[in-house]
Design a protein around this ligand. Sequence first.
Ligand code: PXL
Length: 271
Amino acid sequence: MKRIVTLQDLSCLGKCSLTVMLPTLSAMGIECSLLPTAVLSTHTAFPAPAVLGLTDFAFRTLEHWKTIGAGFDGILTGYLSGPEQVALAQALTQDFAESGTVVITDPAMADHGRLYGGLSPELVPAMAKLCRRADLCLPNLTEAALMAGLPCREEADLNRCRYLGERLLEMGCRAVMLTGAETGPGQIGWYYTDGAGEAFGGVEKLPRSCHGTGDLFAAVVSGGILLGMEPGKAGQLASEFVARAIGGTGADSRWGVAFEKELPWLAQQCR
Ligand code: PXL
């Protein structure tokens, strides 16, 4: 069985980050180890969550894991609450990425043209550095523009994706999969480029966007790649899974998307 480790927060209510990663990757048949960076009462789209930072604990965890000879086929980093946690992601990669380990970074820090609540702009260059070290990064269009030092725009069509993808490759990223791309009329999906070629795909756009879908997308893409899928196949599986989950979600998506009932379908696709 493949084993992935994922570094991000544990938001106790409002499904995102670790509470999405663990069930989704498990359903895909992947063993998922957790390195929590912080515990929050809710994610930050709810007002004033209680927060317990776990940076020291996470560094101690890495030290402990070294003593027991832990190893991973994949490393997936997501939401980090500040530049000091980027150092944690770097340590994880430095200490545990072996020759066959796939390193994936989701610079989960912004959407709809702005940073998530409570994050400082210093996180942007730190995340960009992390993306440069990864085999694949998974920004949405806001995160891509911020990391490339460009103004955020509404446009998300293929021209915009190609432009942002090129800027990120120029910055030193090895491969980029942009999420929230408008890949055709009425379509939403992903755009992939690695300099050698491009691919894109998506699904029919639903008339709403929901909280936590970026994390769900990152989990499925990472799992798919670990299972040996081409990036495009993994991206398409992720888009379809997210669309199914949004379809079953109630009016207030801050509680998270209803992905649980779709896990058997996802497991079936991974057999
Ligand atoms: O879904 C990304 C995410 C993860 N973790 C926390 C967040 C967010 C987005 O708002 O607040 C704590």
